[in-house]
Ligand binder design. Structure first.
Ligand SMILES: C[S@@+](CC[C@H](N)C(=O)[O-])C[C@H]1O[C@@H](n2cnc3c(N)ncnc32)[C@H](O)[C@@H]1O
Length: 228
């Protein structure tokens, strides 16, 4: 399942009117997604922004880092769906997530990309080091997910008021929505353990990912929304 397909279904499910994407690159996902109001944030768009602005009148392009974007975002600016796919380090994505939590509407959805690194090298937070390891070991797949996987443990242990699951049909998109979890379902890791979780942990201990078919995730969100 493509990133954009997952996002579009979620937009449809909740009738989202606004969409924020952090980390846009060539705009493959951003331009495929249809939504009333769209905001793209990237310090280095890999397309002609002026041309894109002409073509997409409902889209705003902010050529800046996510930190600067959140710094400047007006207090009342909120979004129904937020897709986090910027710098793939735990620290940066955690900051993006905590900012997103304050910017997402109560009934909204946050999606985090790349929570399932494809290899040890791909999970290294330092991109240069990841590329060096791949060159030496002869690993051909140049994907880089960094240590975003640590966010799974953070969400499990520290964001009790969100329910979440990871889409089973693709490379690892975690979907989260506002629906509190029972105290018993909250993870028991310390913040230090989360920050130091090694690659082997996400490979051998997958329960916290809550890998589920996308159809199940949609049903869960629907059910939780019907209760509020
Ligand atoms: C994996 S790409 C995004 C792919 C895109 N979401 C898609 O689905 O086609 C990651 C992007 O994050 C951007 N990026 C890097 N650091 C960033 C930051 N601090 N804030 C926002 N975006 C950042 C990079 O420039 C890059 O274009």
């Amino acid at each position: 399942m493509k990133r954009a397909d997952v996002i579009q279904e979620l937009i449809g499910l909740i009738g989202a009117k606004s969409y924020l994407e952090i980390g846009v690159n060539r705009g493959e996902t951003f331009h495929a997604v249809q939504c009333g109001r769209k905001v793209a944030v990237d310090p280095n768009f890999l397309f002609d922004v002026q041309q894109a602005e002409q073509r997409n009148k409902n889209a705003v392009y902010q050529q800046t880092t996510s930190d600067r974007f959140f710094e400047k975002s007006p207090k009342g600016e909120t979004f129904d769906v937020i897709f986090l796919d910027g710098l793939h380090t735990y620290d940066q994505t955690l900051r993006d997530l905590l900012n997103a939590v304050t910017k997402v509407n109560a009934e909204g959805i946050i999606i985090i990309d790349d929570v399932l690194p494809s290899s040890y090298a791909a999970s290294l937070p330092d991109l240069t080091l990841a590329e060096r390891v791949k060159a030496i070991t002869g690993e051909k797949d140049m994907s880089w997910m960094g240590d975003v996987y640590r966010l799974v443990y953070f969400i499990e242990s520290f964001l009790q008021l969100y329910s979440y699951a990871t889409v089973a049909e693709n490379h690892g998109q975690l979907v989260m929505w506002r629906a509190g979890r029972n105290a018993d379902d909250v993870g028991k890791m310390t913040s230090l353990e989360v920050a130091q979780a090694e690659f082997y942990k996400i490979v051998t201990y997958r329960d916290p990912l809550i890998l589920q078919p996308f159809a199940t995730i949609l049903s869960r969100i629907k059910e939780d929304r019907s209760r509020t």
